[in-house]
Design a binder for this molecule. Structure first.
Ligand code: DHB
Ligand code: FE
Length: 283
C-alpha cells in the first residue's frame, strides 16, 4: 500500500486485497455447524469429481490446476478470483427477498472509513483529476416511502485509468472514496468523475486463466456504493453507464438492468439522478 511510482501489478493489488480482507471481514468458519460444513464441502467436491469424470481430466491437467491454485495463493489473488467468478451468486441468494433496490457484488476494493463529505460535496480527488465531471443527485427512502435522513452513502470507484486508490501504487490514500450523509429529506448530491472500464489484473494467475481460456478481463465502468441506515439492510451495489461495451459481458457477471444510470450532458460535465430504497431489517 505504499505510494511509489512503479506500474500497477497483479501482485500489488492482490496483496492489498488479501490484507484488506483479513483486516475487515468476519471469517467465522468456527461458527458453522459441522453438518453444514460437511454438506457444502461434499457437494462442491462432488461437482468437481463429476467434471473430472465427464471430461476425462488427465494427470497433466490435474497438475496444471494444482500449480495454478498454488500461484493464486502466492499472488494474493483469492479475493480477486472469488469476487469475479463466485460472489455474484452469493449476492443474488443473499438479497433475493428484497423489495427495495437491487444490489450487486462488493468486489475486492472497498475500504471502510472514507472521509465524511456531509450531504453534498465533491469526492476527494487530485487536482486536475482526469475524467468527465459527474454530478449525481439522489434520495434514500425506506420501502414505505419514508425519507431516511442520516442514511450513509459510501462511494468508491476507479479513476480514469481504471485504478483504485489503496490498491494501485502512487494514488493518494482516499482518492475517489467518500462517505456522504443524506440530509433531512433523505437527499444527497455527489460530485465526482466518471470512472473508466476496469480490467482485472492480467499479469497474475487470474490473468493466466483468462488468457488460457480465451476470455477477456474487462468489467464495464462502474461506481461502487454501500448505502446504510439504522434498522435497514445494508445495500451494496454498483452503478453502470449505458453504452459501455462490457455491460453485456462483464467478467464478474455483476451488471443488472436496475443498476444502469442515465447521465445527461450538463455544463462541462454530466448530471444523473439515482435513488435508493432500503429494506427494513426483518422483525
Ligand atoms: C474486481 C474488481 C472490481 O472493481 C470489481 O468491482 C469487482 C471485482 C476484481 O478485480 O476482482
Ligand atoms: Fe470495481
Amino acid at each position: 500500500m505504499t505510494a511509489t511510482n512503479h506500474v500497477p501489478t497483479a501482485a500489488d493489488s492482490g496483496a492489498s486485497a488479501t490484507e484488506r480482507f483479513k483486516a475487515d471481514k468476519p471469517t467465522g468458519v468456527a461458527n458453522t455447524p459441522k453438518e453444514r460444513v460437511d454438506l457444502l464441502a461434499r457437494e462442491m467436491l462432488d461437482a468437481m469429481h463429476a467434471t473430472i469424470r465427464r471430461h476425462n481430466v488427465t494427470y497433466d491437467e490435474f497438475n496444471a490446476l494444482k500449480a495454478w491454485l498454488i500461484g493464486v495463493g502466492e499472488a494474493g489473488e483469492w479475493p480477486l478470483f472469488l469476487d469475479v467468478w463466485v460472489e455474484h451468486v452469493v449476492e443474488q441468494v443473499a438479497t433475493e427477498h428484497r423489495q427495495g433496490n437491487k444490489g450487486t457484488i462488493e468486489g475486492p476494493y472497498y475500504v471502510p472509513g472514507a472521509p465524511e463529505q456531509g450531504d453534498r460535496g465533491v469526492v476527494p480527488m487530485r487536482e486536475n483529476e482526469p475524467g468527465t465531471l459527474l454530478t449525481w443527485t439522489g434520495r434514500v427512502t425506506s420501502v414505505d416511502g419514508r425519507a431516511l435522513a442520516g442514511a450513509q452513502v459510501e462511494l468508491w470507484h476507479a479513476d480514469a485509468d481504471g485504478l483504485y486508490s489503496q490498491f494501485a501504487p502512487g494514488i493518494p490514500e482516499w482518492n475517489l472514496r467518500g462517505t456522504f450523509t443524506a440530509g433531512a429529506d433523505g437527499r444527497f448530491e455527489i460530485r465526482t468523475i466518471r470512472p473508466a472500464p476496469y480490467q482485472i489484473p492480467t499479469d497474475g494467475p487470474c490473468g493466466k486463466l483468462i488468457a488460457a481460456a480465451g476470455w477477456h478481463a474487462w468489467r464495464p465502468a462502474h461506481l461502487h456504493v454501500k448505502v446504510s441506515a439504522p434498522g435497514h439492510e445494508l445495500l451494496t451495489a454498483q452503478l453502470y453507464f449505458p453504452g459501455d461495451e462490457h455491460n453485456e459481458d462483464d467478467i464478474a457477471s455483476a451488471v443488472k438492468p436496475e443498476l444502469m444510470l442515465a447521465p445527461e450532458p450538463a455544463g462541462d460535465g454530466e448530471i444523473v439522478g439515482y435513488d435508493f430504497v432500503l429494506d427494513p431489517v426483518p422483525a
